[in-house]
Design a protein around this ligand. Sequence first.
Ligand SMILES: [Zn+2]
Length: 395
Amino acid sequence: MRAIRRGTQGAAVAVIRGILIDLGLLANQTADAQANEDSQSYDETVEQAVRLFQQDRGLSVDGIVGDETWRALDSARWRLGQRTLRHVRSAPMHGDDVHQLQERLLEMGYDVGRTDGIYGVRTARAVAQFQREVGLGSDGECGPATTAALHRLGRKVVGGRPQLLRETEACRAAGPALFGKRIVIDPGHGGPDPGVIVQDGPERRTEDAIVFDIAHRLEGRLTAAGMRVHLTRGPSTETYLANAERAAFANDLGADLFVSIHLDGHSNPAARGVATYHYGSATSGATSTVGERLAALFQREIVVRAGLDDCRTHAKSWDLLRMTWMPAVRVDLGYLTSPSDRALLITPDFRDRLVEAMMAAIQRLYFPIESDVATGSFDVTRLRALLPATVAAAP
Ligand SMILES: [Zn+2]
């Protein structure tokens, strides 16, 4: 193009003035005849605004709109979300909105190549991958739904695995009702692997039997609340189930949540209390935000409602937590080797209290943060009232 400079008149000048006004670099003028005439002329105020723009963009500051400055002005018109972005091979779309999109994708760990503000094939591929991860149609075009998902997730999660972003998005989109949600409950050990064993007078207490009973009670209560519940094993499973197999079971079912139940054991009988684990990796910094929140809710509800000592929540990259595709926690409901924890764990009343604490935690996970309730205050018998009317009315 012919360079536009001081003294130039014409429609192109009007376009440049318009962009500079939108960017706040040039004052808008009243629409009288004189102003209309002025809007086509490249005067000193326009030149001054162009210089500011060039300085801001790291261009050569000469006050002249040549090819490079024109491209920059044209790009500066667009904010992310103002138009649908797509890959056009013959004439690639470019703009500040593309640059914003690339920055955001890069921040979230997607490979966009250079953040050059041009919607090339690599950007389209990264968008398609993001769309798959958050459960949108993966057409590689950045329209309103994709922009909205980027805005929701972009700032909160940095450096996480895409899969973890999807968890957050899926949890938010799932709504508050437990009805219809699918949960896998995993009673630890079983079959040839009894877990922690304690000889308690004449009784032989085993972790696998106690956690199965608790899991079974939880299954009943959550089913009554309308959830679809699956156990990874039965009361007398004969084969050894590796943690990877338990994770695969939940993945195959497309479960919304995974809860693994264990007891702890230690050679020191003074060791006691409850601890909850969620996925997290110290090396990559990746963490499951939903898993972390669920673990925190489990821990708080159990400490308050069941009165076990607080051994806190911990990030782990165990197979069980790493290989599950949905938010997952493992909770160790006290030490079987502690005389005080054990005295509680063998009573049905205490097991029911643990179950109610876990139910309250699961329900609170799906409440929007702003309508969350204080720990220990949610009445789990109210869960039935949250069922859709047609289901609640059934005999
Ligand atoms: Zn165990």
